[in-house]
Design a protein around this ligand. Structure first.
Ligand code: ADP
Length: 641
């Protein structure tokens, strides 16, 4: 339909351009101009008709002057008024006959009759042809109106690319009125730009008769638009290409959205690649689980961590199959917690892979959607391969234990005098009791009861000595941490005894402020003692250079700052700790002593933190230093005895 209408448009354009170059413009222009033209043409036609009648009726010319009435008919026909054309044609016939009667008497020659008949025939033929052309023109105009109703821009141009038709859709799309566009070279006027060269489009049109594609054009107002254009080649009756008809619509907005979508898809691909890289580098996989259905999704890295081929269907069963036999309960527990709707999942467990290797993993997940979604809960989680970290942590713990042991042995060396005193004292007491016992037995009348008392005293002292030795041996022994519930008052007392000689050497006065009932903590006995010895020895050394009273206070209490923790404080009246040193006090190798190693406080901190506590230094108003630490309080019985 469109094609036939367009062909009509183009053919009619040609017809019009033969008759009148501006008929198309007239069609598109305002009706008032048409009325104005019609009046002039009618007046001209009337003048010609009058002139022809006067010459025909009043002059004795022997020529068919009435033939000129055809000019009158053509002029009226050109106004497009069908009724007027018919009326004028009949009028001209009547005028011809009147002119003939007036200019001839009864002796009419055969030639005059023939001239009259020729004139009438010419007028009749002209009128009929004009009416036919009018009918065709009316039909074409109606069809052109149809093209104007279309929303698409419909443009026709000749083979020189000059615009021959420009519908209202084209006016709206490009902003050029038809009067301005017609006759202009389409591509130059709209600054056409296409990824396909014009020559190629033309070649394709000539080859296949059609082309469609995207073209960028510039509107009258300078705005750039992208159009989807469908062009068809029209050929004349002889098959020679005569015009191109193109329908176009604006796809600028769609292209913009496509470009934006494309940009986002890039961006998305890039961030996906980043994520994959990040997952690979950080050994972190993603796991999404929909519950209760149990459908799962694993990222590439998750597959790598579980050591499953990519075509394995992710499932809790697959995870359980990889879980270390000793940790299956942990994995099951986490899954059950998720099934029960837990908000957060945070578990560490091991995997036992088919090659026998063990991996440590840390899995954290949170509930991302709720029941209201209608599809159950979705858990989104990260699975981190923490094997390296675990191994490093274990190695660090081993090194720390070694170091703690070495420093303990070193410390024992420093305490040699104290220890010797601790041991020799009960030994001397045993000797004294032995002597006494012998004396009681060697009497003429042996005093058995007294001798028994001396022997009991000897046993007590021997026990005391062996306890001291056992403690010293424990300190010297290399062993794993054995946390137990300890009475901190008792440990503090024992430690003070152990370093008493050292304190005495520095003329330090010891005062204790021990909480009652005795607080308990969960800690390794030897390590807790090591911490206390360290703090007391540091305190003694800090006071060795100061004049005035040298007081060491050891206090135990329930922590006020950390509820549920027991606090132990070792305070001295020594040099105190400068603000600068306070920051580095617990750093390894920080020492202000010529012979110092700088490991004491650093080891104290690792021991305390390994038992879930914390240690810090304070500068009391009265001077000196106060080293405090807290350990989780343990309500249980002292389980050492
Ligand atoms: P070292 O005793 O080998 O120097 P430490 O780690 O035990 O190693 O102590 C580090 C430093 O902290 C000491 O050199 C000292 O400067 C400071 N320090 C520790 N305890 C006290 C204290 N009670 N008073 C003042 N300074 C202290």
């Amino acid at each position: 339909m469109l094609r036939s209408v367009a062909r009509a448009a183009i053919t009619s354009t040609n017809v019009f351009s033969n008759a009148d170059d501006h008929v198309m413009e007239t069609f598109q222009s305002a009706p008032r101009a048409v009325r104005h033209d019609t009046r002039i043409v009618s007046m001209l036609a009337a003048a010609i008709a009058l002139a022809v009648f006067l010459i025909d009726a009043l002059t004795p010319l022997d020529i068919a002057i009435a033939v000129l009435y055809v000019v009158v008919v053509l002029l009226i026909a050109s106004t497009g008024n069908r009724a007027a054309t018919v009326t004028v044609a009949w009028g001209c016939v009547i005028l011809t006959l009147i002119g003939f009667i007036l200019s001839h008497d009864e002796n009419v020659s055969g030639g005059a009759l023939a001239r009259c008949a020729v004139s009438l025939l010419a007028i009749g033929t002209t009128a009929i042809l004009s009416l036919r052309i009018q009918a065709t023109t009316t039909k074409t105009q109606e069809q052109l109106e149809l093209l104007n109703l279309a929303h698409d821009a419909i443009v026709a141009h000749d083979m020189n690319e000059r615009i021959t038709f420009w519908n209202r859709g084209a006016e709206a799309l490009y902003g050029y009125p038809a009067q301005e566009a017609i006759g202009q070279p389409i591509h130059r006027m709209t600054q056409s730009n296409s990824p396909v060269p014009h020559a190629q489009i033309r070649a394709e049109l000539l080859r296949s008769g059609r082309w469609d594609g995207e073209i960028t054009r510039v509107r009258h107002d300078g705005g750039e638009i992208v159009i989807a254009s469908r062009a068809a080649l029209l050929r004349d009756a002889k098959g020679v290409p005569c015009a191109v008809l193109a329908t176009s619509n604006d796809i600028t907005q769609r292209k913009r959205m496509e470009a934006e979508l494309q940009r986002q898809r890039d961006a998305l691909k890039r961030s996906e690649a980043f994520l994959l890289d990040a997952q690979r580098l950080s050994l972190t996989g993603s796991i999404a689980t929909r519950l209760p259905a149990g459908t799962m999704w694993w990222s590439d890295e998750a597959y790598r961590i579980f050591d499953y081929p990519r075509d394995t269907t992710p499932s809790i069963e697959a995870i359980l199959a990889r879980a270390h036999p000793d940790d299956i309960a942990i994995v099951r527990g986490a899954h059950e917690a998720a099934l029960e709707g837990a908000c957060e999942i945070d578990v560490e467990h091991r995997l036992l892979l088919p090659d026998g290797s063990v991996k440590h993993v840390h899995f954290v997940a949170h509930r991302a959607s709720s029941e209201s979604d209608g599809d159950g809960d979705e858990y989104v989680g990260a699975l981190m391969d923490v094997t390296e970290t675990k191994l490093a942590q274990e190695a660090l713990a081993r090194s720390t234990a070694e170091l703690a042991h070495v420093t303990r042995v070193t410390m024992l060396g420093e305490l040699a005098a104290s220890i010797a005193h601790e041991v020799t004292q009960p030994l001397a007491a045993i000797v004294t009791s032995g002597d006494a016992g012998l004396r009681w037995l060697n009497r003429a009348q042996p005093e058995i009861a007294e001798a028994q008392q001396s022997i009991a005293q000897m046993i007590r002292d021997a026990k005391r000595a062996s306890e001291v030795i056992a403690r010293i041996r424990a300190m010297a022994r290399k062993r794993d941490s054995q946390p137990a519930t300890l009475d901190v008052n008792e440990i503090a007392g024992e430690t003070i005894e152990l370093v008493r000689r050292e304190l005495a050497r520095h003329r330090v006065d010891v005062r204790t402020d021990l909480a009652m009932p005795p607080p308990t903590v969960r800690c390794d006995r030897v390590q807790l003692q090591q911490v206390l010895i360290n703090l007391m020895m540091n305190a003694a050394q800090a006071m060795s250079g100061v004049d005035g009273p040298r007081v060491l206070r050891v206090a135990t209490c329930e922590s006020e700052s950390d509820p549920g923790y027991t606090q132990i404080a070792v305070q001295d009246s020594g040099t105190g700790i400068s603000e600068d040193n306070a920051r580095r006090l617990f750093d390894a190798f920080f020492t202000t002593k010529a012979e110092g190693m700088g490991m004491g406080l650093s080891i104290c901190r690792s021991i305390i933190e390994a038992h879930g506590g914390r240690i810090w230094a304070e500068s009391p108003d009265e001077g000196g230093a106060r080293l405090c630490f807290v350990l989780p309080a343990n309500e249980g019985e002292n389980d050492e005895h």
